[in-house]
Write a new protein. Structure first.
Length: 116
């Protein structure tokens, strides 16, 4: 994988920062947590031939939507699997059949912004 999911997310978040300012500002701790989530996503993309990654910020509730497609994945119900833990931390997630027989994941994470 030639890109960092957090690098892509950071560009999208910076654009959102401009729209939400001056009423809201990003919280450093929340950004660090999102960066950890992106690290897990990067690992999944690397290990499972990830083909796409997209990020959007919902203008209404400021939640962060991430979507990616991988060939397949097997998650063990041990409670320690990083991807399983990622899914547990998402506000919601959707799994569906992606293009060309891939698996498309859509995860929604909490906002990183707080009232200024």
């Amino acid at each position: 994988m030639a890109f960092s999911s957090y690098g892509i997310a950071e560009m999208v978040l910076q654009e959102a920062d401009e729209r939400f300012a001056p009423l809201f500002t990003p919280d450093r701790e929340r950004l660090d947590i999102l960066k950890q989530y992106c690290g897990v996503i990067d690992k999944v993309l690397d290990e499972h031939d990830g083909s796409t990654f997209e990020v959007e910020v919902d203008e209404n509730n400021m939640m962060i939507h991430m979507e990616f497609c991988i060939d397949s994945i097997e998650v063990y119900n041990t409670g320690k699997d990083p991807f399983q833990q990622l899914l547990q931390r998402a506000v919601s997630f959707r799994i569906q059949h992606g293009e060309e027989d891939g698996v498309l994941f859509h995860l929604v994470f909490p906002s990183v912004w707080v009232k200024a």
